[in-house]
Design a binder for this molecule. Structure first.
Ligand code: ZN
Length: 121
């Protein structure tokens, strides 16, 4: 086997593996994650299946509290002036998000495969 052939085979194996794993995630509704971005940067990515409280603090010391319970995410507390994020309904589906403009916090639900790259950082 020539070196180039070996690389080609390797690439095909990796692609096949990636396709298989990707398909698993796309068709599994349970693999949703909640991605929290603060001032445009990924702050934290957590599974929607975990029941947690997460305190989000931005660079100005402003706080939002995210609650995930029973597969639904909501902002339970925020020290922003308008409180739109607190009054926003719970989110539970991929593509939904809660945005707190004053504190520059974005909480969004994504499929696992979309958030995978962010989770590394
Ligand atoms: Zn807010």
């Amino acid at each position: 086997m020539k070196k180039n052939d070996f690389i080609l085979v390797l690439v095909m194996v990796v692609l096949a593996g990636a396709f298989f794993i990707g398909r698993e995630f796309v068709f599994s509704e349970n693999n949703l994650v909640v991605q929290v971005k603060v001032e445009g940067q990924v702050y934290k990515t957590v599974s929607l299946r975990e029941d947690i409280f997460l305190e989000i603090v931005n660079s100005k010391g402003k706080k939002n509290v995210l609650e995930i319970k029973d597969g639904k995410a909501s902002i339970t507390h925020a020290d922003c002036p308008n409180q739109y994020c607190v009054h926003h309904k719970e989110i539970s589906k991929a593509g939904e998000s809660i945005i707190c403009l004053p504190n520059q916090v974005v909480v969004s639900i994504k499929g696992d495969e979309e958030a995978e790259l962010d989770a590394v950082s």
